[in-house]
Design a protein around this ligand. Structure first.
Ligand code: ADP
Ligand code: MG
Length: 324
């Protein structure tokens, strides 16, 4: 099977909303009146972002999910994406599974594959997504103000816990590892929540490299500081409930490490004025997405952590950095 058969077989489908899809030199999209285009790229490299031999269906899902998460963080609605793919060889069962996982998530969000590039090389997946957001309404990192509440969606730290176990750094019962590994390999982009928060959240971003590191980006962009209550964040490690059931609760320090500096969470971290609490709750309900208030934005720059007694935590939690 050659390059063009491969594209035709696994990555070409009838166009729906696009003006022109796969097959010409460019795809054509028609933005709707009054809308701005939101554009973002994310690359997954074998051996760097995922293990060789990772389930191909989940890999297809994740490659798009991490991109949709960026659209969610801006409050944008997914429209289309392109796929640049380097493959070591044509492995049809792998391509079948990969494209199924990819296109199932694409269909779930009405996000159309409109083009890309395919080449031979070490396995590398780069997606660019295009979304739309009403002009001037995108959620940015820079809008947080002193006194705002700080929230995070969903769960935190399970992906990192699974990664540590898969790297052989700790042993987990399979009942704990299974769901955590699912979080690592098939994250849920919070697309509906992001759109529901337009006009309500003052700032937002998605948590991809670890909560505190990503929060740092939001604080710097907004020129503010924050206090985070770790008794709230520690409760967001879903694996802890399962570990307790197995009679092997995870240690406080491990829970903090995973939830505060885990990485690969793809949850939304956002701020909103205290007066917006009812609206924030309504947005969470309308998008059927759990959210938790984890702290407060402060005028003094810097990040403070407190424990369940309100005592300051001085330990440092470093987020992921490819070149650190
Ligand atoms: P060009 O030579 O103009 O760059 P290509 O020969 O690389 O175009 O690709 C042919 C068509 O197939 C183009 O429309 C391109 O967008 C599309 N395409 C290539 N690879 C992929 C892919 N992995 N997924 C979706 N579309 C792809
Ligand atoms: Mg061309």
């Amino acid at each position: 099977m050659g390059e063009f058969d491969l594209i035709a077989r696994y990555f070409t489908r009838p166009v729906r909303r696009a003006v022109l899809g796969v097959g010409d030199d460019c795809a054509l999209l028609q933005p709707r009146a009054g809308m701005q285009l939101a554009v973002s790229s994310d690359m997954l490299v074998e051996g760097r972002h995922f293990f060789a031999g990772t389930n191909a269906y989940r890999l297809g899902h994740k490659a798009l999910a991490v991109n949709l998460s960026d659209l969610a963080a801006c409050g944008a609605r997914p429209v289309a994406f392109t796929l640049a793919l380097a493959l070591p060889s044509v492995d049809e069962p792998w391509l079948q599974a990969f494209s199924s996982g990819l296109l199932a998530l694409a269909d779930a969000h009405g996000c159309e594959l409109v083009g890309g590039d395919t080449t031979q090389g070490p396995l590398n997946i780069c997606i660019t997504v295009f979304g739309e957001v009403p002009a001037g309404q995108a959620l940015l990192r820079s809008g947080a103000r002193a006194g705002d509440d700080l929230y995070v969606s969903g769960q935190l730290g399970d992906a990192r816990l699974a990664l540590e176990s898969l790297l052989g750094h700790l042993e987990l019962p399979s009942a704990v590892l299974g769901p955590a590994q699912q979080r690592l390999e098939a994250p849920t982009p919070r697309v509906a929540l992001g759109q529901a928060l337009r006009g309500i959240a003052s700032a937002a971003l998605d948590v991809s490299d670890g909560l505190l590191g990503d929060l740092g980006h939001l604080l710097r962009a907004s020129g503010v500081g924050a206090c985070v209550d770790t008794s709230c964040t520690s409760a967001l490690l879903a694996a802890q409930a399962q570990a307790r059931l197995c009679g092997q609760p995870l240690k406080t320090e491990l829970v903090r490490q995973c939830t505060l500096a885990g990485g690969d969470d793809y949850e939304l971290l956002f701020t909103a004025a205290a007066s917006q609490r009812p609206a924030v709750l309504a947005a969470a309900q309308a998008s059927t997405t759990p959210i938790t208030r984890i702290g407060t934005i402060e005028a003094t720059t810097g990040l403070r952590l407190i424990d369940d007694q309100g005592q300051a935590i001085t330990a440092r939690y470093a987020s992921f950095d490819h070149f650190a």
